[in-house]
Write a protein that binds this ligand. Sequence first.
Ligand code: BG6
Length: 283
Amino acid sequence: MHSNVDSLSSVTAPDGARIRFSARGGQICSWVTPDGIERLYSSPLADLRATSAIRGGIPVIFPQFAHEGPLPKHGFARSSPWRVSSSAILSCGSGSVELRLSDDPYTRSIWPHSFELVLRARFKGSELTTSLAVINTGDHPFDFTCALHTYLAANAPQAVIRGLQGIRYLDSADQRRRDIQREELLRIDREVDRFFFGVTTPVELRGDTLPIQVRQESFPDVVVWNPWKELSRRLADLPDEGYRHFVCIESAAVERPVCLSPGDEWLASQHLSVLSSPLGALP
Ligand SMILES: O=P(O)(O)OC[C@H]1O[C@@H](O)[C@H](O)[C@@H](O)[C@@H]1O
């Protein structure tokens, strides 16, 4: 099922954990824990040789999230050619990879700013940390929104998300309705496209396999997305039943654009951990 990512570059840690990544998009496409289980979804219809975005893994969304501004949807970073600046095994036994993207005539034709993005992924055992640094290399300030658009492998119709109760959200699948998450568990039983604002505690994806905890630093928001049946059929790079196999939990900065002064750097990260046992019973 994940054979289309097998041709990508990979790093394997001494404990057997492995990631595969693509320089296009600066994208982690596969994360396998030492037990041999793939933790990220990657669409079997994703075209790894085209110049469009790769459906699956962890696309980098920059400098605009979705249609939250005048630029093309989700910006250009996810379809741009990044360069691999390092790929190594660290002395602590973690695997690591670092990719960079800088402005060029194409990015400046869409968004007239000078910048550098640095994506770093570090993994070992049942943990993967991905960080995104944005550096303003120009001489005037700029604003951006962004996300790590993580496709977590899951049996979506059985999945629930815990940790969002009481948090304000905008429902992008329901006329941008604003509300507060009232239920303890967000169920994935229809199209879900919610932007949760001001998330400061970990979120947990649970289902019929071990839970995955998503913890973030400096990303203020979390977006939960699953296209469900109809939208899946309309997405050419996703099988009709593709929606059944993932839930996106995206660490994001959406509600308030980040403003970065010349020479400044903004750094945020997402930590994924496969938990070895459920944290308490589901109601
Ligand atoms: O099909 P795309 O461009 O990869 O976008 C996928 C989804 O990405 C999510 O982050 C957005 O909230 C959704 O609105 C969007 O549909």
